[in-house]
Design a protein around this ligand. Structure first.
Ligand code: SDX
Length: 431
């Protein structure tokens, strides 16, 4: 027997079917609400609104659970790699060794950028934010691969995914080199995905950067943990743009812009800025926590809280352990880590944070790992974008392949002027 929801508006009763997901979460299907009642729903921020049915990632926010295509993030963190997880997210299954070898080969073969694309970097000021360059260059990349606009065939989708996942790394590294005024370092075909990225970031013509295995593992883990997160702001943006029929490159470019926001992917930069402010003496941890609780103060404890997780973000737990392991291996210490640990302990014992279920999220520790490796703060969100790319591609594909899909076009409740007439300019007064 299907579950139903009943709504009474102005004394009239309406009935709507309830859809139950594979993890037993219920959603009221209101696709006929306006036709039947003339009403719409209102849910700013969409905290209570499902925009789609999806089978890519599952989050149980109350329990702090995250699974990619059914596999717990802890299992993947322990046993998998970013490229294997990318394949899992996009095509729904872990690749066979043959499929993984082919996908890896496609990534290696597609690491280069068209030489003309290099000229675009010169159009940016030297201090342009790498996220601005990333979004622009991904759209420009699409102009060089028109053949990838029609992606019905598996081979075309595989080629497009490999191209964008491989080239985004090169674009990111070139953006970084551009801000340094250093020559671009080309991808090295003998290196794997992360090692090649670090090579393009940190090698110079006279000295090749050799990444330590522990550093490669830490970045690979970071990318994997960021690979998808169901209907977050940037992924929803990709889905909305895809629903309009936009191609993969322009949909991803829009996702990069959304991710840049400090409330979203930009938080990893804001966490380090907050920790540095405390370290430089501008604030102390207790003061920081008190400021975050003060409703008259716009300050928030960056890297804390989450729309969905009302428990510890499982990714933050994994990153906190990875941070500790990397620091030990590199014999590295960072006073900002000590401050972060103090902040976490203080906040988790504070009623305000406990009552609101505010815990560290994925951004709280990720910046400390990147800092230890020498990645500059303004590249943190770029690393997040590289990680999130497979998820964005998977969601783009899910929208495009939904033959019953419709363009995303929300409604609104209008609170502006009622009808009024045009006033000739000579009859107008300053308002
Ligand atoms: C990411 O959606 C995703 O999945 C995102 C992400 C992904 O992988 O894609 O997980 C990545 O974006 C992680 C979040 C990174 N952002 C930050 O760390 C910025 C700091 N956090 C907050 O701004 C906030 O927690 C959000 C934006 C993450 C969530 O905002 P919500 O869900 O709109 O929460 P809210 O504003 O409704 O907060 C509920 C209450 C409010 O207090 P009251 O009005 O109930 O008294 O909690 C308070 C908020 O003021 N609150 C905080 C807080 N976060 C929420 N108070 C102090 N510090 C914070 N960080």
């Amino acid at each position: 027997m299907t579950k139903e929801a009943r709504l009474i508006i102005d004394g009239k009763e309406y009935t709507f079917p309830v859809i139950t997901g594979s993890e037993n979460e219920d959603g009221i299907d209101i696709t006929q609400l306006r036709n039947q009642s003339g009403c719409i729903t209102l849910d700013p921020g969409f905290a209570n609104t499902g925009s789609c049915i999806s089978s890519i990632a599952f989050i149980d926010g109350e329990k702090g659970v995250l699974r990619y295509r059914g596999i717990p993030i802890e299992d993947l963190a322990q046993n998998s790699t970013f490229i294997e997880v990318a394949y899992l997210l996009i095509w729904g299954e872990l690749p066979s060794s043959k499929q993984l070898a082919r996908f890896s080969e496609l990534l290696t073969d597609n690491a280069m950028l068209h030489e003309n694309l290099k000229n675009h970097f010169e159009g940016f000021p030297w201090n342009a934010h790498p996220m601005a360059m990333l979004s622009a260059m991904i759209n420009a990349l699409g102009c060089y691969h028109k053949e990838l606009s029609d992606l019905d065939a598996h081979e075309a989708m595989e080629a497009a995914a490999a191209r964008i996942i491989s080239k985004v790394r090169t674009i990111a590294a070139f953006s970084y080199k551009m801000t340094l005024g250093e020559p671009f370092i080309y991808p090295a075909p003998e290196l794997r995905y992360v090692s090649n990225f670090l090579h393009m970031m940190f090698s110079v013509p006279h000295k090749k950067y050799e990444a330590m295995p522990e550093v490669v593992r830490a970045i690979d883990l970071m990318l994997m943990l960021h690979a998808d997160h169901e209907q977050n702001c940037s992924t929803s943006t990709v889905r909305i743009v895809a629903s309009a029929g936009a191609n993969l490159f322009s949909s991803i470019s829009a996702g990069v812009c959304a991710l840049w926001g400090r409330q979203h992917g930009g938080a990893n930069m804001a966490v380090i800025k907050m920790l540095e402010d405390i370290y430089d003496g501008g604030m102390d941890a207790k003061q920081c926590v008190e400021m975050a609780k003060d409703k008259n103060n716009p300050f928030r404890l960056m890297g804390f809280g989450h729309r969905v997780y009302k428990n510890y973000d499982p990714r933050a737990r994994i990153l906190k352990m990875a941070c500790d392991k990397l620091f030990t291996k590199l014999k590295h210490s960072d006073p900002l880590l000590d401050i972060a640990l103090e902040l976490e302990e203080m906040a988790l014992q504070d009623d305000y944070f406990q009552e609101r279920n505010l815990y560290p999220n994925v951004d709280f520790y990720s910046g400390l790992i990147m800092r230890a490796i020498g990645i500059p703060t303004n590249m943190f969100t770029v690393i997040f974008a590289i990680g999130r790319l497979p998820g964005w591609i998977a969601h783009w594909r899910e929208v495009v392949e939904d033959k019953k899909g419709r363009i995303a076009r929300p409604r609104q409740i209008y609170t502006g002027y009622n009808e009024r007439h045009y006033i000739p300019i000579d009859k107008r007064e300053d308002k």
